[in-house]
Design a protein around this ligand. Sequence first.
Ligand SMILES: Nc1nc2c(ncn2[C@@H]2O[C@H](COP(=O)(O)OP(=O)(O)O)[C@@H](O)[C@H]2O)c(=O)[nH]1
Ligand SMILES: [Mg+2]
Length: 339
Amino acid sequence: MVLCIPIKITRPVFYPPMKLIVQIPAYNEEATIAQVIHDVPRELPGFDAVEILVIDDGSRDGTVAEAQAAGADYILSLGYNRGLAFAFQVGLDACLRQGADVIVNTDGDHQYSGEYIGALVRPILEQQADLVIGDRQVEQVKHFSPQKRLLERFGSWIVRMVSGTTVPDAPSGFRAYSCEAALRLFVTSDFSYTLDNLIQAGKRGLHVAHLPIATNPTRPSKLHRGSWHFIKRQGATIVRAYATYEPLKTFFYLSLPFLVVAAVLFTRLLIIFLSRDFSLPGNVQSLIVAVMALIVGFLVMIFGLLADRIADSRRLLEEILYRLRRQEYQATNRDRSVQ
Ligand SMILES: Nc1nc2c(ncn2[C@@H]2O[C@H](COP(=O)(O)OP(=O)(O)O)[C@@H](O)[C@H]2O)c(=O)[nH]1
Ligand SMILES: [Mg+2]
């Protein structure tokens, strides 16, 4: 039986049992993981089951024991530390294998309150969204430094521009995925999944919603290791994602300075040429620079065309991956109705 209901198709008359899995990527979170697990509501309107998956990213403390004692349904141990982006993707795949219809991601440091999970998944249940992001309303978070607040707001603004979504808090880790979104999206960044996933979702036309939430004060972020580190890693993710989805635009913007220099120099040379009896005395250097700028500008545009072709192939690969995952999902969940 197909449990994943594709977007824009009205619900079947027969409602299959709905399962929500809350996944928690955790790296050395023994102090807070139990609190996060206890905070997850085990009964929610619209779901027959709410389960919890902890992805232990090679923790060297008592995270696993704490999670087990607190009642986590599944613990996925990655063995050694693979980083948040990897842990997140492996978690989504595991949730799909367990037959999740909706997946919520929350952090192991108890930054996010379980009380918002019901509201977070509602737009997905109502088929109004594929991805819902918890908006921490960063400007009001007192335990963030002014610098961090500014960075996060600026970063979110860039992501909105790039992705074409309206999400106010792009790096938020509190988010809900419909089964369709989890099957379609995949993380390519090795730093964090948050921006990567959001840009993919926006560019591939998934519906992205957001919900204002309040957050709990927590330990300092382990990902945000200083502003420069954060800008470098997240900046690289945004530039890569934009170039992947908009190669023609990206390479056109890159070629523009060269073409402008060439145009200005050629115009100047033309004026000199016409006003000095069709000769260009003493302007060989300008001519060389103009020709070089023109060549580089055109080469960059040609790279854009190549990148555009590669992006086309990637689109096909994405579709193949989606269909493969969907088949796996249907195969592993064929007998869910008898559970
Ligand atoms: N920093 C970090 N966090 C990880 C890793 N693997 C999983 N996580 C989890 O990712 C979540 C977010 O990390 P955190 O340091 O709170 O970053 P924040 O989102 O900036 O607050 C937490 O639940 C971590 O336990 C890892 O390798 N490094
Ligand atoms: Mg945190």
